[in-house]
Design a protein around this ligand. Structure first.
Ligand SMILES: [Zn+2]
Ligand SMILES: [Zn+2]
Length: 220
C-alpha cells in the first residue's frame, strides 16, 4: 500500500510486514516487529509477542521454512546481529572484579557478546575468554565463581579445561558449565559430567531461563 502524507525521508523504504504463526501458541504475529530472543546461540530467532516463545526450540522444518520465506531485510538483520562487533571491556585487577564472577569462554564473538549482556543483566560480574587456553589462565588468575565454557574451542577443548581445573586444588571449587552445539547426544552430557567433572552440561541454543536456573543453582 502507498504511504500517505509526508514521508520522513525520501530514501526511507516501507518494508511490508512478515506475518508468521507462532509454533508454540499458534498466534500470528508480524516477525518484522518482533524482538530477538535472549538465547545463547549463534543465530538467534524472534520472540512471539503473545507467549514470549522464540523459535530456537521449534522443529527444524518450522525454522527452515520461517527463514526461507522471510523478507531479505529480516534475514540481513539476523546476520547483522550475528556479526555485530564485540570488544570485551579491559580486564580489571582480580581484587576489583564484581562478584559473583562468571568467566564465559567461547570462540564465537556473538556468544561472548550475548552472554556478557545476559549475565550483566542478572547482576553478575563477567569476563570473557576466546579460547580454552585463555579460559584456563583467566580462571586461575580471577578464581571466578563459575566458568561457562563452550566444548569446542581452539587451543584447549572446554571439557579438557574443566578437567584440569577440577584436578587442581586451587581451582577445583570453581563451578563449570559446559555448553555445546556440536555434542548434543545424551552420551556427551554423561561424559562431560563423569569424565570431565563438569557441574552441568547444556546444549545450544541455551534458553535464558535455563541459564538463569543453572546459575541460581550453582552460585546463587
Ligand atoms: Zn506464541
Ligand atoms: Zn531463542
Amino acid at each position: 500500500m502507498e504511504q500517505q502524507g509526508p514521508t520522513p525521508t525520501q530514501s526511507h523504504t516501507y518494508e511490508p510486514g512478515y506475518l508468521v504463526v507462532c509454533h508454540a501458541c499458534q498466534t500470528p504475529y508480524d516477525a518484522t516487529q518482533a524482538q530477538w530472543c535472549a538465547c545463547l546461540t549463534t543465530m538467534r530467532t524472534l520472540v512471539c509477542p503473545t507467549c514470549n516463545a522464540c523459535s530456537c526450540a521449534a522443529p527444524k522444518a518450522y525454522r527452515d521454512q520461517f527463514w526461507a520465506k522471510a523478507p531479505a531485510a529480516l534475514c540481513a538483520a539476523r546476520f547483522e546481529e550475528k556479526q555485530r562487533a564485540f570488544d570485551p571491556p579491559p580486564k580489571p585487577a582480580p581484587r576489583q572484579v564484581k562478584r559473583p564472577l562468571v568467566v564465559v569462554a567461547d570462540d564465537e564473538r556473538v556468544i561472548l557478546r550475548l552472554a556478557s549482556a545476559i549475565l550483566d543483566s542478572m547482576g553478575y560480574g563477567v569476563l570473557t575468554a576466546r579460547d580454552g587456553a585463555e579460559a584456563l589462565e583467566m580462571t586461575r588468575t580471577y578464581k571466578p565463581d563459575l566458568l561457562l565454557a563452550d566444548a569446542l574451542m581452539p587451543k584447549i577443548d572446554g571439557r579438557e579445561v574443566c578437567r584440569r581445573l577440577k584436578e587442581d586444588a586451587a581451582t577445583a571449587s570453581v563451578k563449570v558449565i559446559i555448553m555445546s552445539s556440536a555434542y548434543t547426544a545424551a552420551k556427551y552430557k554423561t561424559e562431560a559430567l563423569s569424565h570431565f567433572k563438569a557441574d552441568a552440561f547444556v546444549t545450544k541454543p541455551v534458553d535464558f531461563k535455563v541459564l538463569q536456573e543453572l546459575l541460581m543453582k550453582h552460585i546463587g
